[in-house]
Write a protein that binds this ligand. Structure first.
Ligand SMILES: *Cc1c(COP(=O)(O)O)cnc(C)c1O
Length: 234
């Protein structure tokens, strides 16, 4: 079995190759290592290999790891899972980024609960790009109003959009989903330039990162290709 360091190396090369092929600037795409269900020791190994940004889905599990790894000063923590409104306080204080905001109530609470000595919380609005019943996310129709309202919150930096397209659709449709997300971000920047930096497209995972990079992803969220297959839990 290959090591976490080897896997980070090969994922990094996949991203670099796709970035180059798309004619995009080197370094335009960041790697978020999705460490959900993985022990803190795996994260330590990834950090030793130079990885700094980690994505977590389950709050309690994440808080335990953040605590365990508090001796490593430079980790950037990203929350990418479903958010219950009674958990926003801990998310607001422990994380640097939240990719999975899909309603105003959650964004308002995150803004109110962000500690005053912390920089603004970076957030992405999650879009249910294929309108799947089982998936979280705001619809593209509801996006402009939500982005405008979130843009007015004081302790939030609205960085962009996130989506998890249906992985079982044909490649052409998957690519179209990524393109629709990129177009939605472009339209937002045009309509609400004051809403935030709007410089982020969080899209692409282990199986489809090249397609996402071709369509403009700036953060790929990669779990399996770095840490191996997860237990059945999710
Ligand atoms: C688990 C997860 C990932 C990583 O998926 P892999 O296929 O293991 O790379 C990315 N994004 C989100 C939101 C996830 O929940």
């Amino acid at each position: 079995m290959s090591s976490i360091a080897d896997n980070i190396g090969s994922v990094t090369r996949r991203i670099q190759k796709a970035t180059l092929q798309a004619g995009r600037e080197p370094g335009a795409v960041h790697l978020l290592a999705v460490s959900k269900t993985r022990p803190a020791e795996d994260i330590r190994e990834a950090v030793a290999a130079g990885q700094t940004a980690f994505g977590e889905n389950y709050l309690q599990e994440a808080l335990d790891k953040i605590e365990t790894l508090s001796d490593l000063p430079d980790i950037e923590w990203h929350f990418i899972g479903p958010i219950q409104s009674n958990k926003t306080r801990q998310i607001a204080s422990a994380f640097d980024w939240v990719h999975s905001v899909d309603r105003l109530k959650i964004a308002r609470r995150l803004s109110e609960q962000r500690e005053s000595d912390q920089p603004p919380l970076n957030i992405c609005i999650q879009i249910n790009i294929n309108n799947e019943d089982t998936k979280a996310g705001c619809t593209l129709d509801a996006l402009p109003e939500l982005a405008r309202d979130i843009g007015e919150l004081p302790n939030i930096a609205l960085r962009g959009l996130m989506a998890i397209p249906d992985p079982d659709q044909p490649e052409a449709d998957l690519r179209l989903s990524f393109r629709q997300l990129a177009n939605a971000l472009r339209e937002l920047k045009h309509s609400f330039p004051e809403a935030g930096p709007l410089d982020t497209l969080s899209m692409g995972m282990s199986g489809d990162m090249e397609l996402a990079v071709a369509e403009g992803s700036t953060w790929v969220r990669v779990g399996t290709a770095i840490f191996g297959k997860r237990p059945a839990k999710d």
